[in-house]
Design a protein around this ligand. Sequence first.
Ligand SMILES: Nc1nc2c(ncn2[C@@H]2O[C@H](COP(=O)(O)OP(=O)(O)OP(=O)(O)O)[C@@H](O)[C@H]2O)c(=O)[nH]1
Ligand SMILES: [Mg+2]
Length: 560
Amino acid sequence: MKQCNLFMLLLLATNVKTVIPPPPCPSSEQIRNAILCSYIIVRNLRPLKFSGSLNGSTQPVEVQQPQEQQQQGQQEQSSVDHTEVPDDKLLAGLLPSGLDKASCLSRYQSSMYRKASPFKPSSYLLSKLRNYEELHRRCGPGTQPYNEALKVLKSRHKSAAPTECNYIVWISYSGLGNRILTVASAFLYALLTNRVLLVDPGTDMTDLFCEPFPSTSWFLPADFPLTKQFKSFDQKSPQCHGYMLKNSLLNVSMEGVPPYLYLHLDHDYNDHDKLFFCDEDQSVLGKVPWLLMRTDNYFVPSLYLMPSFAQELHNLFPEKVTIFHHLGRYLFHPTNQVWGLITRYYNAYLSRADERIGVQIRTFEDGRGPFPHVQEQIQACLFKEKILPQVSKDDSSISSSKNAKSIAVLTTSLTSGYSETLRDMYWEHPTVTGEVVGFYQPSHEEFQQSHKKMHNRKAWAEMYLLSLSDTLVTSAWSTFGYVAQGLGGLKPWILYKPENKKAPQPPCGRAMSIEPCFHAPPFWDCKAKRGTDTGKIVPHVIHCEDISWGLKVIEGREEL
Ligand SMILES: Nc1nc2c(ncn2[C@@H]2O[C@H](COP(=O)(O)OP(=O)(O)OP(=O)(O)O)[C@@H](O)[C@H]2O)c(=O)[nH]1
Ligand SMILES: [Mg+2]
């Protein structure tokens, strides 16, 4: 009980105004049946936006060609005006060679648009990725081990025979930013547990992303026997991991394991679902051939708190903050349609500027923007942090020379009002320093429309374009912004979430690291079997800047 009170105090001290009080603490004999003091946050009560197709009819589209020609193809002659084009197509060895160029131009052209990353992947990560590619080739769809594992899945026996290859199936779900972060989390989990990641294509995953692994597919085949059930899986499903634990249908000492389990790691998950993050439960999960995961969370920070994974994570990512940065650049290559959106926009509006500033504006207010307090906040941040030059009141005194430094500001937002106001300000008044500032916003979609192909293509293109900035400003709580900062390796200025329709003070603050925030982590000490503040266990996993109860990875000072 004391722990609960302590934790309650802690959360109150974090200035979270909209938490629902925790359930009463369980007595000690309830041990694994309850986890103390977890909180359902109000953000989690917002309606879910489901974007995946569950009719099982989507076919993987991209077929890998066996060997690429190493010569520079015609289509690689980009008009990008970069004098410093880094000749590092494989991103310091992160990308495998041998994938077809023409069917996925972005993969080997990204280095023409991005500055070389200041972070180098470790040689251990590179060898782990090459081994994973080999595993995926050996066990991927259509292979003998895959067909054998399917037989085990279909047998529906209570106790599954061990399979040569084990799988983690990612179920398509949630907004695009969330999907990118959760695929990366599931892939890291696959690396750590020697599983093969298969991606449910949903309605549009094949339209947005190229195949990342050579000579195989990461997309779940259309005839996968459980696809039609994805939609109905929930916390009450008999195959749900948390449900089985709650009803004592699964434990460490059990001889047999089921052929598949559904992992409910969605923001509304309960204390039993959260036991996924305990080593003891992982030892049971390790024996299950098929794991099907639905999540809208970047759950990597909590993997760091698990002794069984911590050392391996440290070996893979000696620079701890680079997990999503490296995995994101490795996995997510825009398809040619999306790459066209990115490169045409970049070449037309951004490439010639001396400096590129990305401003991502995402509001979580009721009603449509633009909101005056958000406009005020954006301007306050841009000027206070000297991200943009001030404008002069004296319109006649300063005129820009032809060779003045040019700044291109790329804004992304569902509404157009914010950037229009800024653009007008810089048209009507000169800057005090003589620089010229242009504002560009690729789209204003008004509201999320995840069922539309072009809407999602634009969202992906905009996240990518933001990641090409020199300086980045993002909005608190937004996974859209996290993707841009992670891919770009940029520590953004975060526009804090306004409360009560007032511009917050300060308006923004610098992120501690380029890693995304895990919005709904568990607060449970698996070993002591009691509630704990998981943001205080190790120096490199702490609470996020934008969500006080969230967790994120920072560099931290102490080594493992
Ligand atoms: N094109 C475009 N779409 C946006 C923008 N902001 C939000 N959206 C749409 O709304 C979705 C929001 O989901 P996410 O990508 O997860 O972004 P988020 O900011 O974390 O928003 P929530 O998940 O709803 O909390 C995006 O995927 C897009 O479909 C924007 O600036 N440009
Ligand atoms: Mg999101």
